[in-house]
Design a protein around this ligand. Structure first.
Ligand code: ADP
Ligand code: MG
Length: 317
């Protein structure tokens, strides 16, 4: 089990992580979400053991992880970190990259392992290709296979699917996360993509300016977002005043609601003017204006710009 205890960290004078604590069981998946600069990559690098900690402690089970001042080679053996740059050797092939740290003692076992991992990341056809001839997304997949080759107990992924097109991303994500579960490998993913959290994480940490805003089951965070910042990490979101959506209310209490929680209704209490309709596949996202405030809601069809419509809020949906 990984334990991070009260970690506070600064590169120079400004603290970029403040009093971070977390626990992660074997096989558990944690996603870290937060705006750019909130400290996600720094936290992964600290857990990997790249930076010396003045304040706070790391443990793997009972064992204290001491960091770069105590390890000859920075980075713990049993942890693999796939950074935002992929750290591949450009002039050897994909399969040689993946197998770089595997023993040559059992060559057949080694090639079987490499083939398995290339299949997992969907790159079997590129085994003999050099990384320089691959796209950014393909290189990202080689880096993931290379990290897994060494059978880590904890995998740290920094924006792992950022360069991979949607078509490949969905299948890769499914395969990878079920592989990690089957092997009981813990994983921490720093991500911008809400799907990484909602569908695959057991726990989600929301970071803002180096602080944990919340750490919980992603379904609970989505359903009861603490504030607009948390909700907005899961997609488009509205912040309305209670008096805007509840008849007879005069309260200025802020209410966070998602576009799917506002429906067009003749008797709707909230009146907005439509600005734009964006096709989303299964529905349209409608951008509208309430006074000068933008309000997003979902609808089955596009709506003519300039039209005034009434909306009803259903916060339970
Ligand atoms: P994220 O991954 O969430 O975008 P980072 O962990 O990369 O955030 O950065 C957190 C903060 O630390 C930012 O303000 C960033 O500018 C700063 N920072 C990151 N790396 C360094 C570094 N090597 N030296 C100094 N400041 C850094
Ligand atoms: Mg980052």
């Amino acid at each position: 089990m990984l334990k991070v205890q009260n970690v506070t960290f600064q590169y120079d004078t400004k603290e970029v992580l403040k009093n971070i604590s977390l626990k992660l069981n074997p096989g558990e998946q944690l996603s870290i979400i937060g705006e750019s600069g909130s400290g996600k990559s720094t936290l992964l690098k600290i857990i990997y053991g790249l930076y010396h900690l003045e304040k706070g402690k790391l443990f793997w089970g009972e064992k204290r992880l001491l960091g770069p001042n105590y390890n000859l080679v920075p980075g713990e053996e049993f942890i693999k970190y796939v950074a935002q740059d992929y750290d591949l050797m450009p002039y050897i092939t994909v399969e040689e990259n993946v197998g770089k740290y595997l023993s040559n003692f059992y060559p057949r076992k080694k090639s079987k392992r490499i083939a398995e991992l290339l299949e997992l990341v969907g790159l079997t056809a590129y085994a003999k290709t050099k990384p320089t001839d691959l796209s950014g997304g393909q290189q990202q997949r080689v880096a993931i296979a290379k990290a897994l080759a060494q059978q880590p107990k904890l995998l740290l992924l920094d924006e792992p699917f950022s360069n991979i097109d949607n078509f490949k991303k969905n299948s890769l994500r499914r395969e990878l996360f079920s592989y990690l579960k089957s092997q009981n490998i813990s994983c921490i993913t720093a991500t911008h993509d809400n799907m990484d959290s909602l569908a695959y994480a057991d726990k989600t940490m929301v970071l803002k300016e180096g602080k944990i805003i919340c750490l919980d089951d992603p379904k609970l965070l989505y359903k009861n977002p603490k504030n607009k910042y948390v909700a907005s990490l899961f997609g488009e979101v509205n912040e309305l005043l209670e008096k805007h959506i509840v008849p007879n209310s005069t309260s200025n209490k802020k209410i966070v609601c998602y576009p799917h929680q506002l429906q067009l209704s003749q008797n709707g209490y909230l009146t907005v003017r439509v600005k734009n309709s964006y096709f989303q596949g299964s529905h349209y996202l409608i951008e509208s204006v309430l006074k000068s405030k933008t309000v997003f809601f979902n609808h089955n069809n596009a709506i003519e710009p300039g039209k005034e419509v009434h909306l009803e809020a259903n916060l339970k949906s």
